[in-house]
Design a protein around this ligand. Structure first.
Ligand SMILES: Nc1ncnc2c1ncn2[C@@H]1O[C@H](COP(=O)(O)OP(=O)(O)O)[C@@H](O)[C@H]1O
Ligand SMILES: [Mg+2]
Length: 261
C-alpha cells in the first residue's frame, strides 16, 4: 500500500559525534524504530566498526557488510531485514577499520557511500547512518552522504569538543565534499534534570547554539541498554519506560522540524 507520507527520495541523516559512548547508536535505533512506528520506511546504515547497531537490529545471519561496499559490492546485496518490518539495515563488522588504509589512494574516496545510496533512495523515506567516531575516511563518507546531521551530547563534555566537531563540519562543507550538509540539531542524551550539571550543560548549549538544541531531552534509562541485549526496540521491550517516551517525543519533534507531521 502506498504510504501517504512517502517522499520520493529518502532524507539521509547521519548521527555523529567525534567520540564513542555518547548515545549515537541508541539514538539511531530509537529514531529508526520510532519513525517506523509512524509508518515511515527506514534504512539504517551501520558505518561503525563496533557494529553495535547491527547486533541490536539485524534479524538474520550477516554474511556481507558495509565493508564490502568499499570493496565494490553493489549496495543492494548488503541490505538485510531488521527486527522491525519497516526497517532494513546495512550491517557493519569489526573488520571495517582495515578498509581505512586501503582507501587512501582511492579516487573520490569520500563519496563512495553517497554515490551508492543514490540507487536505493527511492525505496526509503529516511536513511539513518550510525557513524564511527573520528574524522577519517569512513566517518567522512557518512557525513558526505548525509543531507543533515544530528549530534548526541551527554555528560560533562567540554565545549572544545563541540568546536572540534563544528570545525570538522566546516571542512566537510567545502564545495568538493558536502556543501549542503545541514546541522539539524543537538540532542541531550542521558540527561538528568535533577542535577545542576545537566541543567548547566543545557543552558550553555542553548546559549551557544540556540534552537539547534532539541527541546526534548533523553533521560538516563537502563531499559534503553537492556532492550538491545534482547534484540527488541525500546517501544516493544518497555513502551512505558521514560526512554521510550522521550525517544518518541524526540521522533515527533524531529518530524515537526522536517514539516512531515
Ligand atoms: N539514555 C540512556 N540511558 C542509559 N543508558 C544509555 C542511554 N543512552 C545510551 N545508553 C547506553 O550507553 C552506552 C553507550 O551508548 P551508545 O548508544 O552505544 O553510544 P555510542 O554509539 O555513541 O558509542 C550503551 O551501553 C547504551 O545502551
Ligand atoms: Mg555506537
Amino acid at each position: 500500500m502506498e504510504n501517504e507520507k512517502t517522499v520520493k527520495k529518502a532524507k539521509v541523516v547521519a548521527i555523529y559525534h567525534r567520540k564513542g559512548g555518547v548515545g549515537k547508536t541508541t539514538l539511531t535505533l530509537c529514531l529508526a524504530f520510532g519513525l517506523a512506528k509512524k509508518g515511515f520506511r527506514v534504512l539504517i546504515v551501520d558505518s561503525d566498526s563496533s557494529a553495535n547497531a547491527s547486533g541490536a537490529a539485524c534479524s538474520e545471519d550477516i554474511t556481507k557488510t558495509i565493508r564490502d561496499l568499499f570493496l565494490g559490492v553493489p549496495i543492494g546485496d548488503l541490505i538485510y531485514p531488521s527486527i522491525d518490518p519497516n526497517v532494513d539495515i546495512i550491517p557493519s563488522c569489526f573488520a571495517l577499520s582495515t578498509i581505512e588504509p586501503m582507501l587512501i589512494s582511492e579516487f573520490s574516496r569520500e563519496s563512495i557511500l553517497r554515490d551508492a545510496l543514490e540507487s536505493i533512495k527511492g525505496k526509503y523515506d529516511v536513511i539513518l547512518i550510525d557513524t564511527k567516531p573520528g574524522v577519517e575516511t569512513i566517518p567522512t563518507n557518512a557525513l558526505c552522504a548525509a543531507d543533515e546531521v544530528i549530534i548526541p551530547i551527554f555528560g560533562a563534555f567540554a565545549m572544545d569538543i563541540m568546536d572540534q566537531i563544528f570545525s570538522y563540519f566546516k571542512a566537510l562543507m567545502s564545495p568538493r565534499l558536502n556543501p549542503n550538509l545541514m546541522i539539524r540539531g543537538i540532542l541531550l542524551t542521558k540527561y538528568d534534570d535533577r542535577t545542576n550539571m545537566s541543567k548547566k550543560i543545557k543552558k550553555v548549549l542553548v546559549k551557544r547554539f540556540g534552537n539547534k538544541v532539541f527541546e526534548t531531552t533523553i533521560p538516563v534509562c537502563i531499559k534503553l541498554e537492556e532492550c538491545t541485549m534482547y534484540q527488541q526496540s525500546i517501544y516493544d521491550y518497555e513502551p512505558g519506560s521514560t526512554g521510550a517516551i522521550a525517544y518518541m517525543e524526540f521522533t515527533e519533534e524531529l518530524l515537526e522540524r522536517w514539516g512531515w507531521n
